[in-house]
Design a protein around this ligand. Structure first.
Ligand code: ATP
Ligand code: MG
Length: 137
């Protein structure tokens, strides 16, 4: 069993989609083992997405991630990282497979409703960025 960091992004919290998105995770066998609603500052969003600092959309991405509350969560399950990315669908909703979160809910390639860690190392880093040991059982 494996853990991954998931974020329900501001476009989705704004439209009251947290429950519908969580239902997709749970239906796929992912267990929500930690979860909280927070409002990131632009600086905190920038630190989280530091790997994208050189990309042309970085500033827009940080603005967006700080534009409203997000729900950060830890998902657990067999191959949780890959499974979560499967449930999320492709980054661009136009390319996302039917039934995925992004196909159903994303508004654009930037405002695409969810984030999911992409590897075991980034999952560990991202989980510890948002959650303390006491919050993880
Ligand atoms: P995430 O890291 O959020 O799970 P991802 O791994 O599918 O998504 P990345 O390539 O890591 O996609 O990009 C990180 C985020 O940056 C995307 O989820 C999206 O919000 C934003 N982004 C990516 N490409 C673009 C783009 N061309 N224009 C605007 N925003 C973009
Ligand atoms: Mg990514």
């Amino acid at each position: 069993t494996e853990r991954t960091l998931s974020i329900i992004k501001p476009d989705a919290t704004k439209r009251n989609l947290t429950g519908k998105i969580n239902a997709k995770f749970e239906e796929a066998g992912l267990r929500i083992v930690a979860q909280k609603r927070i409002h990131l500052s632009k600086a905190q969003a920038g630190t989280f997405y530091a790997v994208h600092a050189e990309r042309p959309f970085y500033d827009e991405l940080c603005e967006f991630m700080a534009s409203g509350p997000v729900v950060v969560q830890v998902l657990e399950g067999e191959s949780a990282i890959a499974k979560n990315r499967e449930v999320m669908g492709a980054t661009n909703p136009a390319d996302a497979a039917q039934g995925t979160v992004r196909a159903e809910f994303a508004e654009s390639v930037g405002e695409n409703s969810v984030h999911g860690s992409d590897a075991p190392e980034t999952a560990a880093e991202e989980i510890s960025y948002f959650f303390s040991g006491l919050e993880l059982v």
